[in-house]
Design a protein around this ligand. Structure first.
Ligand code: ZN
Length: 123
């Protein structure tokens, strides 16, 4: 199948380069719970992800070199959609997860370690 070969190669390239990109979303006003994506320098993206139902916003961070890369917009699109969905779903539980991370396969939720005296135990 010589006609379909170039398309397959292109798809493989996009998939493999998207796999290496890791994007983290940190809720505004919160500290990262887990280490940020591996990078020599981090870049915080200009546009945060906003919850459409409340004022929660999440800032996106990734490796600087990848963020200034030629295909970043294409590579990051799927990851941003996945993070956006996770943040929207998080609205139902009051945005308890302040730190999400994805490499394009699953979205990892990083919860803050439980403190001995949380507001729930005081009540
Ligand atoms: Zn919300």
């Amino acid at each position: 199948m010589p006609l379909s070969e170039p398309r397959t190669l292109q798809a493989t390239f996009i998939l493999s380069s998207a796999m290496s990109l890791i994007l983290a979303a940190i809720r505004s006003g919160h500290d990262p719970i887990a280490p940020l994506p591996p990078a020599s320098f981090h870049r915080w993206l200009d546009e945060p992800i906003l919850c459409p139902k409340c004022d929660a916003s999440y800032n996106l961070v990734c490796d600087y070199d990848q963020a200034v890369g030629r295909f970043f917009e294409l590579e990051s699109r799927k990851l941003i959609l996945m993070l956006r969905k996770a943040i929207f779903l998080g609205h139902a539980n009051g945005h308890k997860v302040p730190h999400f991370e994805t490499a394009g396969v699953v979205v990892t939720s990083h919860l803050a370690p439980k403190l001995p005296a949380t507001p729930k135990t005081i009540q």
